[in-house]
Structure formats: structure tokens, C-alpha cells
Write a protein that binds this ligand. Structure first.
Ligand SMILES: Nc1ncnc2c1ncn2[C@@H]1O[C@H](COP(=O)(O)OP(=O)(O)OP(=O)(O)O)[C@@H](O)[C@H]1O
Ligand SMILES: [Mg+2]
Length: 583
């Protein structure tokens, strides 16, 4: 069974504190041992020296110095007994002759005996702490402090004071017990304090963990909600930052537009859900070099070109899609490109709406163009009805006078009606477009060539002004020629006193070609600009009013547009804007 974090923490803390306490206790005991050894050795030496001086005094005051003098002296005996009784560690004190026989001994029964040789206490002091501690802990032993006495030039006796290791051990045991007590108290305090501090830290950690768990569950904007001044506070702030980031990501994910963020190495470091839906998952990878978006990325990173709604066709899980791409540079320190942001919009819905709008615009335009038809039909019908009434009245009155005239008018109106209907049918006939690249220069040349005789007859001149290397127009050559012919006819007719018709072609905005047909004629009054494209609208006596309507229709079929620039008395320019053919 695994231990809980709290149990493991308690255990680890106890072990660490135990180790620290044990280490410091051992250290403490070692130093106490050395101190005790030093003290015992100094004490032994002090006592031995006192004994030495006493013995020297006794010998000096004796008439003949002999070992017996020492044995008999009551001062020495008292001193020997006092030494053993007074000291905690000394087991005996003796004065021995050079052969090791006890002259005087704290234990009188041993006087006259040869005492065994003992190790010097000085040795014990010189040993390492470990060895001296081990010798104290081992079998009980006795170490001695020895002071030699010299009488004249020759050694006379030695003062020996025996120190017992077992007595020393007892002394040390008391110190060790005290140390152990202190150590246990320290251990208890350390564990209690440690657990308390740990509890506080754990509470903070728990808050951070909860924040992270909420983030892991996908809760946007989850936070650890902890204010502290330490590292945990910093960690909590990081979790909060992560929460803020996920909140921002949530907002980005809810966007309809796809957003891709690239780092300085052009790798995708973030994409929202819309981007994933459009491009499939591409996290933490660079866009493949053949990907259509990589051109936009290369422009952005290599030349700093930021695009606005550039149209790009990209492959997607549901087939190719047309996207409007906007790119922005993330500028790092200096002017370095630190990354980039791509915003992609699916153009399909926009295109669908656009085509619907264009369709209704076309319908509306057609409605406007054909608004004159009813009028054109009603006029002859009215005239016919009036004349039929007249015929009826005249025949009822029995007179035939004027009936022929009435019938002539009716026949004429029928012809007019027929023309109107034919014109309308011609105008409305579904045109079949043969679209292809049309070289603007050559078809305008052809128009000029065809219209030359008529222009000459009217005393006018046709001039060509075509820009070199113009891209071809995408369209139906025959229909475009027909439209331009109508425009040139109108231009010639607008200059009763002669003048120049200019056929010009040049590049227009956004990949289009502009064809301009200009004259130096009478001009169109501003209030009539709206009407000139209407079917049957004409200001000319013999005019049918179909010419410009046809031009309008042809331009519409080509997804182009027609605009009029006109000034009264100075001339008119008809501007056709047509799409250029793809290269
Ligand atoms: N270049 C021009 N300068 C001045 N007015 C013009 C010009 N082009 C057209 N118009 C005006 O627009 C009207 C309509 O022109 P549109 O070509 O449709 O018919 P139309 O020329 O009168 O007859 P037709 O059907 O024979 O062409 C003209 O009657 C004229 O008033
Ligand atoms: Mg005309």
C-alpha cells in the first residue's frame, strides 16, 4: 500500500531530523569523551604530583631516606586514601620502587606486591577519538599517570595513579544520557514544527493542484487563487497565468476565423479550433514548403510583407478551399521577426453571399434595362386601339372615309410592335459565351478597321492608344467586338461636326483591363446618365435605343463593368473594365 504524501513527508522529516540529531549527539559524545579523558588525565597527573611532592618532603625530612619512611608516614597514607575517596575515576594511587613493587599503596594489602604494568593515560589521549571511545566502551581497563622520583642521580621510586575506564564510562554515561534527552526533545520539536510548516505548505500545494486539475479538465481560465511572497506564490502565479492563457485560447477557439501563431523558426506554436478544422492538426510543426500558405509565411519572414485578405486556395480535409489570409509580424528585439500570426477566413460563405448579391444586382439591372419595354409596347397598342375604335365608328356610320388611313396607322403600329418584340427577344436571347483569352490590341484593331468607312463618312477619325504587353482579357471575342462596335457607332454619331474617336486600352485596378472609347462629341447630360442603358432609350430620330443595352448586357456577362465619363460639349468616354485572363 502506498504511503500518502503526508505520511511520507512525516517519515522523511523524522528520518532527517533523527540523522541530524544522531550525528550531532555522536559528535557531542566524542567531544565530551575527549574532554573527560583530558580531565581524568589532568586529575591523575595533579594527584600524582601532589603525592610526589609529599613523598619528596617526607624523604627530605627523614634522617635516612628509605622506602620504609614512605610506608610509615601517616601524611602519605592519608593522602593515598584521600585521593581514591575524593576522585570519581581514580581506583588506586601508589608509590612503587624501580622494580614495580608497591612501597605505599592506597590499598595497604597490596604494599610489598609487584604491581602489573599499565598503559599510560597519555597514550589514550593521543589516540583518535574513535579509538579512545572504543577503548572506553570495551572491556574495563586501568590506565595510569606516572611521575618518576629521583634520589640524587638514580631513580628511587615512581608515583602511579590508576584511572579506571569503567568509572570513566559511568561518568560519560551520565553525559550521554543528558545528550540523548536533549536530542529526543529536539527531535520532537523538529517533527512538530516540520509537520506544522509542511501542513501550511501542503495547503498551498493543494490549492495549486486543484487549480491545475481544473485546467487539466479543460476549465478555461481556472486559477490557483493563492497570494504568497515565496516560490509557491510564484508557482500559483504561473498557474494563474496558464489560466489566463487558456481563457485567451478559449476566446480564440470561439472565433470563426482561423488563427495560427508561428514562432521565429516558422513552427506552428498555436492554432485555434477553426484553424484545425480548416487545415487539420498541425501543432508544433512547420507548414510544409509546398503548402500554399508557406508563400505568405515566406513573404512575412523573409521580406516583412504583411498581407490583408490575400486570397489563397488551400487543401483541407473536405477538398480545396478559398481563404482570405491576413498575416502580421511579431517583432522581437530590434527589428527581428520573432514570429508571425496568420488569420484565415473561409471565403466560401462570403462568396455565396457575394454571388447572391451579384445575381440580384444583375436582376435589378435587367429590370431597370427593360423598364422601357412596357412603355414601348403600350404606345403602339394604344394607337392601334384608338384607330380600331375610329374604324368601328366610321363603319357603323356607314362611311369609309378615313378608314384606310386608320388601317395604315394600325399596320404601321403592328410593324413597330413587331420591331419592339424582335428587339426584346434579341436582347433577352440567352447568349452563349465562348470565353477564352482575347488579345485586346488585336480586337480593338479589328473594331477600328470595321468602323473606319463609317467614321470617314461622318468626317471623323479613329485613333488607337493601346499600352504594350497588355495581358489578354478573359472573354468572348465576338461579343466584346460587338460591344465596342456599338460604342464606336454612338461616338461617331455624337460628333456631327467631326472629331476623333480614341480606342484606348491599359491595365485597370486589381488585375483588370480597361478599354476606353472616347469621343469629342456633344456629351450626355448628367440627368440622362441613368437612362442611357435602358432598352429602347434613345434621343436619336432613327435610333432604336438597343445599342447601349446590348453593351451593358455583354459587359455583365463578362463579370465586368461599364462607367461613363462625360462632359457636355466636350465629349464622352465609355470605360469598360474587364477581367484579365489568368496568366
Ligand atoms: N457617345 C455618346 N455621346 C452622347 N450621347 C450618347 C453617346 N452614346 C449614347 N448616347 C445617348 O444614349 C442613347 C442610347 O444609346 P443607344 O446606343 O442605346 O441607342 P441609340 O444609339 O440611340 O440607338 P441604337 O439602338 O441604334 O444604338 C443615345 O440615343 C444617346 O442619347
Ligand atoms: Mg447606339
Amino acid at each position: 500500500m502506498g504511503l500518502t504524501l503526508r505520511a511520507r513527508r512525516g517519515l522523511a522529516l523524522a528520518v532527517v531530523v533523527l540523522l541530524v540529531v544522531a550525528g550531532s549527539t555522536v559528535g557531542h559524545l566524542a567531544s565530551v569523551t575527549r574532554i573527560a579523558l583530558g580531565a581524568a588525565s589532568e586529575e591523575g597527573e595533579l594527584l600524582a604530583r601532589q603525592l610526589y611532592h609529599q613523598s619528596s618532603r617526607v624523604l627530605a625530612s627523614a634522617p635516612t631516606p628509605s622506602p620504609e619512611v614512605l610506608q610509615r608516614d601517616p601524611g602519605i597514607r592519608a593522602m593515598l586514601e584521600g585521593i581514591v575517596g575524593y576522585s570519581h575515576t581514580v581506583v588506586y594511587a601508589a608509590v612503587v620502587d624501580p622494580s614495580g613493587r608497591a612501597l605505599a599503596h592506597s590499598n595497604p594489602r597490596l604494599e610489598g606486591e609487584v604491581l602489573p604494568r599499565r598503559q599510560s593515560l597519555e597514550h589514550l589521549k593521543e589516540w583518535s577519538t574513535l579509538r579512545s571511545v572504543l577503548s572506553l566502551l570495551g572491556d574495563p581497563d586501568v590506565y595510569e599517570t606516572q611521575v618518576p622520583m629521583v634520589l640524587g642521580e638514580r631513580p628511587f621510586a615512581t608515583v602511579r595513579v590508576g584511572v579506571s575506564t569503567s568509572l570513566l564510562r559511568q561518568e560519560l554515561g551520565r553525559a550521554a544520557l543528558h545528550s540523548l534527552g536533549v536530542a529526543l526533545a529536539a527531535l520532537a520539536v523538529a517533527v512538530i514544527v516540520g509537520l506544522g510548516v509542511g501542513h501550511m505548505l501542503l495547503r498551498a500545494l493543494r490549492k495549486i493542484t486543484q487549480g491545475m486539475e481544473r485546467l487539466a479538465r479543460g476549465e478555461r481560465g481556472a486559477a490557483a487563487d493563492l497570494t504568497r511572497d515565496d516560490e509557491l506564490g510564484e508557482l500559483a502565479a504561473r498557474v494563474d497565468g496558464l489560466g489566463d492563457r487558456t481563457r485567451a485560447e478559449g476566446i480564440l477557439d470561439n472565433l470563426e476565423d482561423a488563427v495560427i501563431v508561428l514562432n521565429a523558426n516558422r513552427q506552428v506554436v498555436f492554432h485555434n479550433q477553426a484553424a484545425e478544422a480548416l487545415l487539420g492538426r498541425r501543432s508544433a510543426t512547420a507548414l510544409p514548403t509546398e503548402h500554399p500558405l508557406s508563400t505568405v509565411v515566406a513573404e512575412l519572414f523573409d521580406h516583412g510583407i504583411e498581407r490583408r485578405n490575400a486570397s489563397v486556395e488551400v487543401p483541407s480535409p473536405d477538398g480545396p478551399r478559398e481563404l482570405a489570409v491576413s498575416s502580421d509580424r511579431i517583432i522581437a528585439d530590434g527589428d527581428r521577426t520573432g514570429g508571425g500570426v496568420l488569420a484565415l477566413r473561409n471565403l466560401e460563405p462570403v462568396r455565396a453571399v457575394q454571388s447572391l448579391v451579384t445575381y440580384s444586382q444583375k436582376l435589378a439591372a435587367l429590370g431597370r434595362l427593360t423598364s422601357g419595354v412596357a412603355h414601348e409596347v403600350k404606345n403602339p397598342l394604344n394607337a392601334m386601339r384608338i384607330h380600331l375604335e375610329l374604324v368601328k365608328t366610321r363603319l357603323a356610320a356607314g362611311t369609309q372615309t378615313g378608314v384606310k388611313d386608320n388601317l395604315d396607322v394600325i399596320a404601321h403600329e403592328i410593324q413597330r410592335l413587331d420591331r419592339v418584340v424582335q428587339g426584346f427577344l434579341k436582347f433577352m436571347r440567352p447568349q452563349e459565351l465562348n470565353v477564352g483569352p482575347v488579345a485586346v490590341g488585336s480586337f480593338l484593331d479589328e473594331v477600328a478597321r470595321l468602323m473606319e468607312p463609317e467614321a470617314a463618312r461622318a468626317g471623323t477619325k479613329i485613333v488607337l492608344d493601346i499600352v504594350a504587353d497588355l495581358p489578354a482579357v478573359s472573354g468572348d471575342a465576338e461579343l466584346l467586338q460587338q460591344a465596342c462596335t456599338n460604342l464606336v457607332t454612338n461616338a461617331i454619331q455624337a460628333m456631327p461636326d467631326g472629331g476623333e474617336v480614341t480606342l484606348a486600352a491599359r491595365r485597370g485596378p486589381q488585375g483588370t483591363i480597361e478599354v476606353r472609347v472616347s469621343d469629342e462629341g456633344v456629351g450626355i447630360p448628367p440627368e440622362d446618365l441613368d437612362r442611357v442603358f435602358r432598352l429602347y432609350y434613345t434621343t436619336k430620330p432613327g435610333g432604336s435605343g438597343i445599342g447601349l443595352s446590348m453593351v451593358y448586357r455583354i459587359v455583365q456577362l463578362h463579370d465586368g463593368r461599364i462607367d461613363i465619363e462625360s462632359e457636355m460639349g466636350r465629349g464622352t468616354t465609355m470605360v469598360l473594365t474587364l477581367p484579365a485572363a489568368p496568366p
